[in-house]
Design a protein around this ligand. Structure first.
Ligand code: NG1
Ligand code: ZN
Length: 546
């Protein structure tokens, strides 16, 4: 039986900073690491309660701030199937994070009452963190929260965010028909490594893959994966793997740097014919890149990855002869317009758009038989819904080719981390497809040409005055700003631009694309300038090109 009697004593050790308000956003809580002690302690309490509300199923807690600066940190909850926390509980997270120290127990009690939580259930929680310097102290705060409610808690150490999601799913499906794998790093390496080898066996070996691990947790984990695979089919060279030196995490490296700056990290020299990819700081995002024949940097981002995967899956489904198994693609407004046209017009696959943030894409993809979802920044995965699984089970192959395609679809499902976007699992999936097609990165890139695009950040006095509709592509406030953006967009062939407040940083994001690089940059900077002028810009006016 859980009692709340220890909460007051523990809570006093984790006082809330009086001047701070915390909000559980698209990626959980995320802000300066040294302000998060009380929040993480309280997340421990809520994780235990969430587990009790799910009849003692295991809940995950990940301490990370992903691609953000090393001084930031964050925390998010993982629900029993390894998915993001159910949205209706996000409000409870913010409520308890903002309570006064004395109110914490009462608020937890009122949540327990509202959710009719059976407090006699033993809470089970697993947790992990990335390599950030503020991680150990926050982990200690979390452990206090879990101890205050006598949770059965397990520390998974320093692992990637998707690995923690995987562990949670494994733990809650053990012994059921949906069993997912062994809940350990070696179980993870075994599951994905074996599926990969099953798919590529007998094909020619690939050239080495140069991996930028953002000086984060992806570095040791991808090395451990490579040691487990132990095959010329996975020949990697890891760069930016310094997780010890302060200040290096995500600094001028990693998937976010590469995508935002549209260049390789300065620490890596691009050589023609070499293959490169970058993870972000917690290894849930991945982008690929290479130098073309003229030595120019070429990016293969989340859109390129999703179109590669969708094409491959579609072709397999056709070969397998399963008529009504539909492959679809989910994107956000940040998807390059060329990728959307390519999916609709060339691949002729259904697409749908969701709000920014993987949890929204995930829910949209669940509606499809096989739903491929990626954010342009390289965060995404593939879901096989129950309809797809049933169709695969019922399929009766009429030829060896059909049997092989069905077997490959099952193996691909084993290769994919369905709980969440996962840089390492996505990388193995991309490698599989390239090996099976015998493709170089430039052959992959040839499917369609990206429109030049630019993503800018504008710091404003108050980003809460920005409200949007239409999958976040149209501003409803501040008044008049959308009309202004529309006028600017009309000036540029193939122009598109939208403005939305970031859910993870104190800034407003401006996206623009257009037919030429010069037009795109002019459009991006003129929209950013309008945001700055009309909505309380702070610091320097965005003006690199104007
Ligand atoms: P915000 O800060 O809300 O734009 C960013 C990414 C999202 C998502 C979250 C979570 C862009 C433009 N935005 O969100 O796609 O990945 O971080 O990490 O890439
Ligand atoms: Zn991340």
């Amino acid at each position: 039986m859980t009692t709340f009697s220890k909460i007051a004593e523990y809570s006093a050790k984790h006082p809330k900073p009086a001047d701070k308000t915390f909000a559980y956003g698209t990626a959980g809580f995320r802000t300066l690491g040294d302000t998060l002690d009380s929040t993480v302690f309280r997340v421990g309490l809520l994780a235990a309660l969430r587990s009790q509300s799910k009849e003692g199923k295991t809940i995950g807690v990940m301490i990370t701030a992903s691609h953000n600066h090393e001084r930031d940190n964050g925390v998010k909850l993982v629900d029993p199937m390894g998915e993001m926390l159910q949205q209706s509980w996000e409000g409870y997270c913010s409520e308890i994070a903002n309570a006064s120290d004395e109110q914490v127990a009462d608020i937890l009690g009122s949540i327990a009452k509202a959710e009719a939580v059976d407090l006699s259930v033993t809470p089970r929680v697993v947790y992990a963190r990335d390599t950030r310097p503020s991680g150990p102290a926050l982990q200690a705060a979390l452990e206090d929260g879990l101890a205050a409610l006598n949770a059965d808690a397990t520390n998974y150490g320093i692992v990637t965010t998707p690995q923690l999601h995987y562990f949670v799913r494994c733990l809650n499906t053990a012994g059921t028909p949906a069993t997912y794998g062994e809940p350990s790093v070696s179980g993870y390496n075994h599951k994905y490594g074996q599926a990969y080898l099953r798919l590529v066996n007998g094909k020619p070996h690939p050239s080495p893959l140069f991996i930028d691990a953002a000086n984060g947790v992806g570095a040791p984990q991808v090395r451990s994966l490579a040691a487990a695979i132990n095959s010329p089919y996975f020949n990697i060279k890891v760069f930016n793997s310094d997780t010890e030196t302060l200040g290096k995490l995500n600094m001028d490296c990693g998937a976010d740097y590469v995508k935002s700056n549209q260049r390789q990290p300065p620490s890596m020299e691009l050589q023609p014919d070499r293959r490169y990819c970058s993870f972000d700081g917690d290894a849930d995002r991945i982008v690929y890149y290479y130098a073309d024949a003229h030595g120019a940097f070429r990016l293969l981002d989340g859109d390129k990855i999703s179109t590669l995967i969708a094409t491959y899956l579609r072709d397999l489904v056709v070969t397998a002869g399963i008529d009504d198994l539909q492959v679809g693609v989910v994107q956000t407004a940040y998807a390059n317009g060329s990728s959307t046209s390519y999916i609709k017009d060339t691949l002729q696959l259904p697409t749908s758009f969701s709000k920014t943030g993987v949890k929204y894409l995930h829910h949209e993809a669940e509606k499809m038989n096989i739903g491929v979802y990626f954010e342009a920044n390289g965060h995404g995965t593939v879901l096989f819904n129950t309809g797809a699984v049933a169709k695969l089970q019922q399929a009766t192959p009429q030829s060896p080719a059909q049997a092989d395609a069905i077997e490959r679809l099952w193996a691909l499902r084993d290769l994919i981390n369905e709980s969440v976007g996962d840089a390492m699992s996505d990388m193995l999936l991309v490698e599989t497809i390239l090996i099976c097609k015998g493709w170089s990165l430039s052959q992959w890139d040839a499917a369609y040409s990206d429109l030049p695009s630019r993503l800018l950040k504008v710091v404003v006095n108050d980003r809460t005055i920005f409200n949007t509709t239409n999958a976040e592509q149209t501003l409803t406030s501040p008044k008049g700003l959308q009309e202004h953006v529309d006028v600017l967009v009309k000036k540029y062939p193939k122009g598109r631009s939208f403005v939305r407040p970031s859910g993870t940083e104190d800034a407003v994001r401006v996206y623009a694309e257009a037919a030429t690089r010069a037009d795109c940059d002019q459009l991006a900077y003129s929209v950013a300038g309008a945001v700055f002028d009309k909505a309380g810009g702070r610091g320097d006016r965005p003006s690199e090109f104007l």
